[in-house]
Ligand binder design. Structure first.
Ligand code: NAP
Length: 410
């Protein structure tokens, strides 16, 4: 192997994509079982590797040299093979620092709760202490000399300024979970979640709903990879490279979600946008028809609106976890707040704001088949669309122009 990543399970890793974008070397994802780690590390059949769960500590005995930074943290995520001599370093520290600085969440003089006691929590502790936090408190499921329990966190530390999640809780596929409730944390300025799949975890969405800044772990992932690439190649790489690759990956992973009134042009604009950006397109109404095996008018007439909305929620939950897809939704998709949260997990929501006078009734939309029905719906739903949307876009005369307006926000 030239360069690559070793870990026990690597099904969702973005590392290959990030390293290969640099164009300096090939990069393989290499699953190594616990029984095979000894053979892999003693054969040294690689030029450079990154190391992930669960081997960041286990590789240390095989190394001939180790950086002071990696020694201090007690974990190695980058190993270079220099003619048989293995040198280990830790770029998670630099990646975590870059993430916190990018988030704009102030650490100096603040009280920070770190959730979890694994390798990432240890890195976070080192970074946050070095950034001048007033106090850093580790929270664990198991209380110890160095960590408090979650019960103590919510009874003794509701005045925390920042919460950093360094546990896997909320990660795909169990995206409904949050490691802690934010109720009562009335001082909270920011939440940092090291998870990047989904892009917006339940914890982050809870924070934003309370007006609290929240940042995911994608920037850390990219920044630590670029720092590892510097070690592999001996070249200094600019912050602009990190930012460019971060934006590329974000765009590839982020869905573009279109919401708005029936007849506002979501499907047409969505298809146009998908074609122009070479992204897949899905329409949640079409997914419902496929799932139910009947048209929407028939679902309404045979089973009623509530049944339709339940099907819609099921379909939206699945669609929300797609990546890099243009998703057109039904007019009522945002009526349930839980649907909005599902769509936000990986998506940016655009409200296509078309004046009510331009919305045309059609027979295939049971709730919008008459002008009066459209006007009544519009009055009720307009504030709901505005509240659900990250961005409101006025609908132009052509789908191309509306698609262009959306692209300007990406
Ligand atoms: P880890 O060693 O497995 O540690 C995770 C810690 O989380 C554990 O020590 C545990 O602490 C806690 N935890 C585990 N399962 C939990 C559960 N069901 N409920 C509550 N707490 C739980 O993992 P890690 O290497 O530190 O990684 C942690 C997370 O960071 C992962 O999601 C990983 O994908 C992510 N990560 C992101 C980046 C990035 O670049 N953005 C880099 C590295 C890792 P207690 O037992 O003490 O509660």
């Amino acid at each position: 192997m030239d360069h690559g990543l070793i870990g026990e399970h690597l099904p969702h890793s973005f590392s290959k994509e990030i390293h290969e974008k640099l164009g300096y070397y090939g990069y393989e994802l290499c699953e190594v079982s616990r029984d095979d780690l000894h053979r892999f590390m003693t054969q040294r059949d690689f030029r450079g590797i990154n190391v992930t769960i669960p081997y960041k500590e286990a590789v240390i005995p095989y190394l001939h040299e180790i950086s002071d930074r990696a020694k201090k943290i007690g974990a190695v995520n980058t190993v270079v093979n220099k003619n048989g001599v293995l040198y280990g370093d830790n770029t998670d520290y630099g990646g975590m620092t870059a993430l916190i600085l990018k988030s704009g969440i102030e650490i100096k003089g603040k009280k920070v709760l770190i959730l979890g006691t694994g390798g990432t929590a240890k890195t976070a502790r080192a970074v946050i202490s070095d950034l001048g936090a007033a106090s850093v408190i580790t929270v664990s499921r198991t209380k110890s000399d160095t960590a408090i329990s979650y019960g103590e966190a919510v009874s003794l530390h509701l005045d925390a300024d920042v919460i950093l999640n360094a546990t896997p809780v909320g990660m795909f596929p169990l995206t409904d979970a949050a490691p802690i409730s934010l109720d009562g944390f009335n001082n909270l300025l920011g939440v940092i979640d090291v998870i990047y799949n989904p892009l917006n975890t339940r914890l982050m969405l809870d924070a934003r709903e309370r007006g609290i800044k929240a940042e995911n772990g994608l920037y850390m992932l990219v920044a630590q990879a670029i720092l590892a690439a510097e070690i592999f190649t001996g070249k200094k790489l600019s912050a602009e490279i990190t930012n460019r690759i971060y934006r590329d990956i974000l765009q590839k992973k982020q869905n573009i979600v279109l919401v708005g009134m029936p007849g506002s042009g979501k499907s047409t604009v969505g298809k146009t946008l998908a074609a122009e950006l070479s992204m897949p397109f899905v329409d949640t109404d079409e997914l419902i028809v496929k799932k139910a095996g009947m048209e929407i008018t028939e679902i309404f007439s045979r089973f009623g609106e509530e049944y339709f909305r339940d099907l819609e929620s099921e379909v939206i939950k699945e669609a929300g976890l797609l990546n890099g897809t243009v998703i057109s939704t039904g007019g009522g998709a945002v009526l349930r707040r839980k649907n909005v949260n599902e769509l936000k997990k990986n998506g940016k929501i655009f409200f296509l704001d078309r004046p009510v006078s331009e919305l045309i009734p059609t027979d295939d939309r049971p709730l919008a088949d008459k002008k009066e029905k459209i006007e009544a719906l519009y009055g009720v739903r307009y504030p709901i669309y505005c509240a659900a949307a990250d961005i409101t876009v006025g609908v132009s005369e052509t789908p191309e122009n509306t698609a262009d307006a959306i692209k300007r926000f990406l």
